[in-house]
Design a protein around this ligand. Structure first.
Ligand SMILES: NC(=O)c1ccc[n+]([C@@H]2O[C@H](COP(=O)([O-])OP(=O)(O)OC[C@H]3O[C@@H](n4cnc5c(N)ncnc54)[C@H](OP(=O)(O)O)[C@@H]3O)[C@@H](O)[C@H]2O)c1
Length: 182
């Protein structure tokens, strides 16, 4: 008698970028964000909770604490780096391995890359979805979202919102998927 069909291969978690980008491309100024968007902070929490999040050491320091309820994977080249509540990774390969294993343990379908610019630039080729909050403002800044090719990505959703209580600008939630994805 033949064995029933069986696959032990776990589904690969999706690698998602979550970022807020001003209309002039700015994502940061002086290691912080040059706007306040309460609505977007609440969405950030919803979209990352229970998942592994990958970030650069500078972004971790700008947040100032580990994000609760998420596995905080911090990329640094400093082998001596330690911080309570975070897992340090000294290379993208190691960070990805840690994130995949954590997603599997948590039954999380996504690994969320939360910045900053250096990490977005290095991980762009691995991402399958970009969740961008367009911040409709032109702030001064020193850190920019890396350019991404319109040929490689297609916009699959766009929602515009007027600034609510605690928001310093109007904003839009925009989703991009790899053009090759069905
Ligand atoms: N608007 C948004 O959604 C958003 C999101 C995130 C961040 N930000 C802003 O972006 C700014 C920070 O971005 P950033 O580009 O300056 O820094 P970053 O990407 O957060 O961190 C850079 C650091 O990551 C580590 N790193 C980078 N590549 C690595 C590699 N291949 N292997 C191991 N470690 C590696 C290095 O840490 P070591 O120096 O320790 O080796 C490097 O200095 C801040 O202003 C922040 O507020 C904005």
């Amino acid at each position: 008698m033949s064995e029933p069909a069986f696959s032990a291969a776990p589904a690969e978690p999706e690698l998602v970028f979550l970022v807020a980008v001003a209309d002039n491309g700015v994502i940061g100024a002086g290691n912080t964000m040059p706007w306040h968007l309460r609505s977007d902070l609440q969405r950030f929490k919803r979209m990352t909770m229970g998942k592994p999040v990958v970030m650069g050491r500078k972004t971790f320091q700008s947040i100032g604490r580990p994000l609760p309820g998420r596995t905080n994977i911090v990329l640094t080249r400093d082998v001596a780096f330690r911080a309570p509540g975070v897992v340090a990774a000294t290379s993208p390969v190691l960070a990805l391995e840690l994130a995949r294993a954590d997603a599997l343990r948590r039954f999380a379908a996504e690994i969320v890359v939360i910045g900053g610019a250096e990490i977005f630039a290095q991980w762009m080729d691995r991402a399958s979805r970009l969740e961008i909050t367009e911040v409709h403002a032109w702030p001064a800044g020193d850190t920019f979202f890396p350019p991404f090719s319109a040929a490689e990505w297609r916009q699959s959703a766009r929602e515009r919102h007027a600034a609510g209580t605690g928001d310093s600008a109007n904003f839009s939630y925009v989703t991009y998927r790899r053009a090759s994805a069905a």
